[in-house]
Design a protein around this ligand. Structure first.
Ligand code: HEM
Length: 420
């Protein structure tokens, strides 16, 4: 009997580990997570992952439900971390608990309302010509060499410069801001905690706090347009944001606006290179660019999953989720759900009715989406217009070990300069 029990336990353990999102730590699963997502969606769409101690939700309808109805207030407070013996990372938690991404209404509504005014479609549309100039000047710098590393030469600096300008801080600081942001993004995009990285993440966070503190002091003396200034001046019912709130949400906007957009551009170029017929289709008919960017967002979503907590005991997909249990909504899987998208593993740059969840859903729907969309449209259109014979260089593709924010470490390509 004991033997039968242990065989059953082994089988259950094996099944659980086969379906665990921890398998993203295996390089081949990280390179192509979609078979794992498909298995989860078909075998156990609301799956208790004992390794992550969280529910993993992969069907489109369930992901939308979780993003609409579950609590975003999910970071440990510094006090909780102290009691868990993780006091070392409480400076990070102290910033995160003040960021809108981790809040529910009414605090979330108040903060988001103040920040979102700077990113309306009308506000970012006026940036279009300037973003085009930045994209062209980055391409100018690599044109003669006939090759580029898409991320370092283009996909990283483009959003870094744009977001610095939108925040109203010097664009010339974009290189160090980018490095600090990448460190902080490790905390936003990951479920695995890597103790070896804690010290550098903490140092980068200190640098970011110090940097924005200095900017706020400068802007108070000499205001310049931009999000940071808007937050300094914002008043809700006579109430102003504290300096800590301004810093925390400037950091969130900066980090949110960089990693993801970099990954949209680089993942998108890789996807096009892997699908030469679609690349040619877009090159031949640039008028489809808006719809094409939506499809690239769906197909290789830069933000693969996000977390929530259950407000109360609730049933989802026939499973009982208990109050305060963690739920991971896997947008990367929902975006390949055949119940929602016909032939979901096929890249269709003119796909109709493409209501993907790459920017999330509901109250926390990405408020940078209008900006990210314009950056993506300009990036792909400029690369295809100015570079011909775009080819992948024969170097191995290494995916970043930030599991939530899907992107490559580098993407080497060669090309010839277009004449037109
Ligand atoms: C392709 C690029 C982008 C992708 C894929 C993306 C994805 C997302 C997703 C999935 C969420 C929701 C997370 C959740 O519900 O837990 C989100 C929220 C957010 N994004 Fe983006 N994002 C992108 C670009 C940007 C840009 C350019 C900015 C800044 C201008 C930005 C700033 C934010 C902020 C501040 C939030 C939090 C909103 C809230 O909590 O109400 N993102 N983003």
């Amino acid at each position: 009997m004991a033997n039968t029990n242990s065989i059953l336990a082994d089988a259950a353990g094996k099944e659980a580990s086969t379906l665990s999102l921890y398998r993203l730590l295996e390089p081949e699963v990280l390179a192509n997570p979609y078979p794992l997502y498909r298995q989860l969606r078909t075998e156990d769409p609301v799956h208790w992952d004992p390794f992550l101690h969280a529910w993993v939700v992969t069907r489109y309808a369930d992901v939308v439900n979780v993003l609409s109805n579950f609590s975003a207030n999910r970071t440990y407070t510094p006090e909780q971390l102290d009691s868990m013996g993780l006091a070392g990372i409480s400076p990070i938690a102290k910033v995160m608990v003040q960021q809108m991404l981790f809040m529910d209404a009414p605090m979330h509504t108040r903060l988001r309302g103040l920040c979102a005014v700077a990113f309306t479609p009308q506000r970012v549309e006026v940036m279009r010509a300037h973003i085009q100039e930045i994209a062209d000047s980055l391409i100018d710098q690599v044109l003669e060499s006939g090759r580029m590393e898409v991320i370092a030469d283009f996909a990283a600096p483009l959003p870094a410069i744009v977001i610095a300008e939108m925040l109203g801080i010097p664009a010339s600081d974009h290189v160090e801001l980018k490095n600090w942001s990448a460190d902080f993004a490790e905390m936003l995009g990951n479920f695995q905690h890597n103790p070896n990285r804690t010290q550098s993440v903490l140092r980068s966070l200190e640098n970011l706090i110090e940097y924005f503190g200095r900017m706020i002091a400068e802007l108070r003396k000499k205001p310049r347009p931009g999000l940071v200034n808007a937050l300094i001046e914002a008043q809700v019912d006579g109430d102003r944001l504290s300096e800590e709130e301004i810093i925390a949400n400037s950091i969130l906007t900066m980090v949110g606006g960089q990693e993801t957009t970099t990954n949209l551009i680089a993942n998108g170029i890789l996807t096009l290179l892997r699908n030469p017929a679609q690349l040619k289709q877009l090159r031949d008919d640039p008028s489809i660019i808006q719809v094409a960017v939506e499809e690239l967002l769906r197909y290789e979503s830069p933000s693969q999953y996000t977390g929530r907590l259950a407000h109360e005991d609730v049933e989802l997909g026939g499973k009982k989720i208990r109050k305060r249990q963690a739920v991971l909504a896997v947008m990367g899987a929902a975006n390949r759900d055949p119940e929602k998208f016909a032939d979901p593993d096929h890249l269709d740059l003119t796909r109709k009715d493409n209501r993907h969840v790459a920017f999330g859903w509901g109250a926390h729907f990405c408020f940078g989406a209008p900006l990210a969309r314009i950056e993506g449209q300009i990036a792909f259109a400029t690369i295809l217009r100015r570079l011909s014979n775009l080819q992948l260089e024969p170097s191995p593709l290494v995916w970043r070990d930030n599991l939530g924010l899907r992107g490559l470490t580098a993407l080497q390509v060669s090309f010839t300069a277009s004449r037109n």
